[in-house]
Ligand binder design. Structure first.
Ligand SMILES: [Fe+2]
Length: 269
C-alpha cells in the first residue's frame, strides 16, 4: 500500500511550492547563476518550499544519449555539486522523486543517485519518509480556515508528483496527458511534473464530486503544474530542431485561509 508523504506546516496565510526538476547539473547549457539566485530566493522566506522532481543531474553515462565528453563535471561530481547547492534549503524539501536521467544509473549499476542525495541532505530517516522511486503523493496541511474562528482546522492539500515521460513537439501534449492522468486519481488537488523542457504551464479544471453525506454534487477544482528546465537554448536542442523551452521556477501557491491553488507561470527569479 502506497503511503502519503505527510507534512504539517506552520500557520502561514499561504505557502509557495517549487518543483526543482531538470536542472541537469553538468550540462553546459544549464544557467547555474539563475539557479543560485533561486536557492537564495527559497531561503529568503519561511513559507517557500521545494521538492526534487527528477533530472537535476545530467548524468551522461556511456550508455545514454547525452555525450559524456560535453559534461562540465562527472556524474559523481554533479551529485556532490548539487548537494552543496541545495544544502542551505535542505530542510525545506518536501519530496524526492528521480527522473529518467538519474534512472540511467539505477538501470546500469543499481546506483540510486536521488536516494543518495536525499540521505545526504535530510538524513537517512527523513529520506526514507520523503523518497519515492516513481511517484509521490504529498499531503500538506497548514494555516487555518479563517471563517471558523480560533479553533479552525488547517487547510489540507494532496498533490501527486511525478517526473514525467514522453515528449512531443508542443507542451500541449503533456497538458492533455496530465489532465487525463490527474482525473484518474480521486481526491487529488494538484499534480506536478517536469521533463518536457517546454513552456511552464499552470492550469486548473473543474471535476464533479459526489457528496453522499449531503446528497449533492459539488464542483471542485484540480490544478496541474508542468514545470520546466534551467537551460539556455542551443546544443542538443538546436541540433534536434527542438523549440526553445521555458526557464526557471514555477510558483505554486497554496492558500492557508481557504482551499485555493494559484499557479503563476512567470518565473519566480
Ligand atoms: Fe526527464
Amino acid at each position: 500500500m502506497e503511503q502519503l508523504i505527510v507534512h504539517k506546516l506552520p500557520d502561514f496565510p499561504k505557502i509557495e511550492l517549487y518543483s526543482v526538476n531538470d536542472y541537469h547539473d553538468g550540462d553546459e547549457k544549464t544557467d547555474e547563476d539563475m539557479f543560485k539566485g533561486f536557492v537564495k530566493f527559497i531561503s529568503a522566506e519561511p513559507f517557500r518550499y521545494w521538492g526534487y522532481t527528477g533530472d537535476n543531474l545530467n548524468n551522461a553515462i556511456k550508455s545514454s544519449v547525452s555525450n559524456v565528453y560535453n559534461e562540465k563535471r562527472s556524474p559523481h561530481e554533479q551529485k556532490e555539486h548539487f548537494i552543496e547547492l541545495m544544502r542551505p534549503v535542505a530542510n525545506k524539501c518536501l519530496w524526492f522523486v528521480p527522473g529518467n536521467h538519474e534512472a540511467r544509473s539505477s538501470k546500469e549499476t543499481d546506483s540510486q543517485l536521488v536516494w543518495d542525495i536525499a540521505c545526504r541532505l535530510v538524513g537517512d530517516d527523513e529520506a526514507r519518509r520523503l523518497y519515492r522511486e516513481n511517484e509521490a503523493f504529498v499531503k500538506i496541511s497548514f494555516g487555518r480556515y479563517s471563517q471558523h474562528g480560533k479553533n479552525a482546522e488547517p487547510v489540507t492539500y494532496v498533490g501527486w508528483v511525478v517526473h514525467g515521460d514522453g515528449g512531443g513537439m508542443y507542451v500541449g501534449n503533456m497538458v492533455n496527458k496530465m489532465q487525463q492522468r490527474t482525473m484518474a486519481i480521486e481526491g487529488v488537488d494538484f499534480s506536478i511534473c517536469g521533463h518536457v523542457h517546454k513552456g511552464k504551464v499552470g492550469h486548473s479544471f473543474p471535476v464533479r464530486q459526489i457528496d453522499p453525506r449531503n446528497d449533492i454534487i459539488r464542483i471542485r477544482s484540480v490544478s496541474n503544474a508542468i514545470c520546466t528546465a534551467w537551460a539556455d537554448y542551443g546544443g542538443y536542442a538546436a541540433r534536434k530542431l527542438m523549440l526553445p523551452g521555458g526557464k526557471g521556477a514555477l510558483p505554486i501557491e497554496l492558500n492557508g485561509r481557504r482551499k485555493e491553488i494559484e499557479i503563476r507561470v512567470g518565473s519566480a527569479v
